[in-house]
Design a protein around this ligand. Structure first.
Ligand code: HMG
Ligand code: MG
Length: 308
């Protein structure tokens, strides 16, 4: 659509990552009952893509030890894709047994982060995921590929764009349906986002390119606008702004779904997601986590206005 900011996508897809990225960093273990209710509430909001849990080693991420139970008990709403993270063939098999039909593999653009997160070099991860993706595609599954530390790394500083391109090219070649490019520690700024996306567009068709922005330094919404201006129309966010990666020191939550919806609604960009219903899901999980406030500015402002 035409705008004073230049042409922008008329419609955006939100990938809700609260139940996975949002909860994985919480030290308080959330019960399967509460996770199921949280996911069911999110499913009612119009979201079409919800990252539900991960089939990783529970030793690495204790919060997700109940992944199979959660997958078995959620109410699967037609039209909603329930995505799960898998780090290896074992994870894929567990996901299949749990009835998942969409999986995400996850590597990084920097060696130090790949090592700490999945204990593999980038090359080893691409070999492992080549096998995982081939097997998932044979089984008719939809596959997403994540590139973490695409803008900056807690161990290596600013990430060279060439490293992101190399990994993106490999993930596309192995058959990933969508590539999500992650600002794992929330260091990116708008011109960097525009630059990386402008170069990635030659490798990944825009309709298959997502941005996964953590909001550690408050730049995520500005980065989304930069992404929109480059034609990106898929953004990852977490309800309430929960989140973080246990293997990225200091990383805080994803950009909040409520904040993204407020921004997009205000800009006239369609999402088909009901902000009030996402807020209800966030309110529920805030109660479970015994929080009065969440990182989401829009959530807190709307709750305060409703309490008046
Ligand atoms: P490892 O120690 O190198 O591998 O871990 P291993 O094969 O020796 O396995 C270690 C133990 O885990 C063994 O158990 C395995 O059986 C078990 P033990 O013999 O010690 O009892 N194991 C598993 N258990 C369940 N499901 C599995 C599985 N695989 C092995 N699939 C491994 C390597 C990849 C498994 C481990 O490092 C791991 O699970 N890492 C996951 C880390 C993670 O979940 N990180 C957060 C998600 S990524 C993220 O947040 C970034 C993202 O949001 C984008 C962004 O923001 O940038 C996506
Ligand atoms: Mg993340």
């Amino acid at each position: 659509m035409k705008s004073q900011l230049g042409p922008l996508p008329a419609r955006v897809t939100i990938c809700e990552v609260g139940p996975r990225d949002g909860l994985q960093n919480e030290s308080q273990l959330v019960s399967a009952d509460d996770k199921v209710h949280y996911i069911d509430l999110l499913s009612e909001s119009g979201l079409s893509l919800i990252e539900t849990t991960s089939f990783v080693s529970p030793k690495a991420v204790p919060q997700i030890g109940d992944a199979a139970e959660v997958m078995a008990r959620i109410r699967r709403r037609p039209g909603v894709r329930y995505l799960v993270l898998v780090p290896n063939v074992r994870g894929l098999e567990r996901a299949q047994q749990a009835g998942a039909d969409a999986v995400a593999v996850f590597t990084a653009a920097t060696e130090s982060f790949a090592k700490r997160n999945i204990n593999m070099t980038i090359a080893q991860s691409l070999e492992t995921f080549g096998e995982v993706v081939a097997s998932a595609k044979r089984a008719g599954m939809w596959v997403r590929g994540y590139i973490s530390t695409a803008f900056g790394c807690p161990y290596e500083g600013t990430t060279p764009v060439a490293s992101v391109i190399r990994v993106a090219r490999a993930l596309v070649a192995m058959g990933c349906d969508e590539i999500s490019v992650g600002d794992t520690i929330g260091v990116a700024t708008p011109l960097q986002v525009a630059d990386v996306v402008a170069r990635l567009r030659d490798e990944v068709p825009l309709e298959r390119l997502a941005l996964h922005l953590h909001d550690t330094r408050g730049t995520a919404l500005a980065n989304i606008v930069a992404g929109l201006q480059q034609g990106v129309a898929i953004f990852d966010s977490s309800s309430g702004g929960l989140g973080g990666c246990p293997f990225a020191p200091g990383a805080t939550g994803n950009v909040a779904t409520e904040d993204v919806l407020y921004l997009l609604d205000g800009m006239g960009i369609e999402t088909r997601v009901d902000l009030a219903k996402v807020r209800a899901a966030s309110r529920f999980i805030a109660g479970v986590l015994r929080r009065d406030q969440l990182p989401s500015r829009a959530f807190n402002a709307l709750e305060a206005a409703a309490a008046r």
